[in-house]
Design a binder for this molecule. Structure first.
Ligand SMILES: Nc1nc2c(ncn2[C@@H]2O[C@H](COP(=O)(O)OP(=O)(O)OP(=O)(O)O)[C@@H](O)[C@H]2O)c(=O)[nH]1
Length: 336
């Protein structure tokens, strides 16, 4: 088990620099829409994540997550159009360095911990490798746990069909199951699917009583114990398209578009995110869909940069390269 991994990565405990009092970095991963941003936002709101800087990496040209997290915290760095596992390690290093520089010059409050939210399509292994392969470069930081979020409504199907989701789980130190409040949640099935894929991750159902402090106190334990045999990184291609929205959307037209999307394309469309200007709505409306699941619309308190301009991002699986653009055209936006 895990022979290849343990040969290519040093044991984190054996890297002398990681034993020093370095800033612990927790990696929060999980498939598209599983609830990573919601988890981080909740922890920031409820005081579970004090003194913590957040790095957000998102798949797609226009990001939403940093806007949602920024409403409740101010130490946030967005890695644009990020897939941290595909050669963005330089960006990650730069973001980590920038956080230190900013806090030293008083631009952001001092911080004692870092959380990296990976994109929903990221493989956490290369991110971890970045730390472990170059401890000198990252000497002010040390990797702590990998926390993998799994959605109790769609998780079973996603784990069955996406190697990326299985790789995210294989490296987990902690697994958090979300969306248990939804009627379609299947805790038993999700638990069975998870336990068939990882035996290292500590299991948490729901977000209420998470031992969050412990997440920072440890080092990643999955390395060397996990088997990723047969799980290809990015074996599936994903396609994404974003568009800015300059004029208000008609709510009836929007509802029809959502219904068509869920009715006809609920399996190919993996994720839809948007910040929408809607006729009759003063505040920006957040559109969140995972496959056919449409989440309750929430609102941001104000428009980013005080400008009433929205966007929509669509991510589809590899079988349908033209679908994101086609769906955006169907929304009939006045966009650029
Ligand atoms: N009802 C319910 N909704 C949830 C829960 N967790 C997340 N959601 C909703 O699921 C949608 C996606 O959640 P996010 O937190 O944005 O998911 P994510 O993993 O950050 O998504 P990506 O960054 O696109 O991979 C949002 O509309 C959330 O409000 C939960 O526990 N219960």
């Amino acid at each position: 088990m895990g022979g290849k991994l343990s040969q290519t990565l040093p044991d984190p405990a054996a890297v002398p620099l990681f034993r020093q009092a370095a800033i612990p970095v927790v990696i929060v991963t999980g498939f598209l829409g599983s609830g990573k941003t919601t988890l981080i936002r909740d922890l920031l709101t409820n005081g579970g994540l004090t003194d913590t800087a957040i790095i957000v990496s998102e798949f797609g040209e226009i990001g939403l997550d940093h806007l949602i997290v920024r409403e409740v915290g101010d130490q946030i760095v967005l890695l644009e159009n990020g897939c941290l596992c595909c050669g963005q390690s330089g960006d990650l290093a730069q973001a980590l360095r920038m956080l230190l520089e900013e806090s030293e010059r008083g631009g952001i409050p001092p911080f004692a911990r870092v959380v990296i939210e990976t994109s929903g399509l990221a493989d956490p292994l290369p991110i971890l490798q970045t730390f472990l392969a170059d401890p000198l470069r990252f000497s002010r930081y040390r990797p702590a746990s990998i926390v993998t979020v799994v959605d109790a409504v769609l998780g079973v199907g996603i784990l069955a069909s996406h190697d990326t989701a299985r790789r995210q789980l294989a490296l987990a130190d902690h697994v958090i199951v979300t969306k248990l409040d939804l009627p379609a949640a299947d805790l038993r099935g999700t638990t069975a699917a998870i336990s068939g894929l990882t035996d290292t991750g500590m299991f948490h159902s729901g977000r209420d009583t998470l031992p969050w402090q412990e997440f920072f106190a440890t080092i990643p334990s999955g390395i060397g114990n996990v088997s990723m045999e047969g799980l290809q990184p990015h074996s599936q291609l994903y396609h994404t398209r974003s568009a800015r929205i300059e004029t208000d959307l008609d709510p009836v037209h929007l509802s029809r578009w959502i219904a068509r999307l869920t009715g006809q394309h609920g399996t190919e469309v993996l994720r839809v995110k948007g910040l929408l200007p809607i006729v009759g709505e003063e505040r920006p409306v957040i559109l969140q869909m995972s496959r056919h699941l449409v989440h309750q619309h929430q609102r941001l308190t104000e428009w980013p940069e005080a400008r009433r301009q929205g966007f929509v991002t669509i991510i589809c699986d590899g079988a349908t390269p033209d679908l994101p653009a086609h769906l955006i055209n169907a929304l009939d936006l006045v966009c650029h």
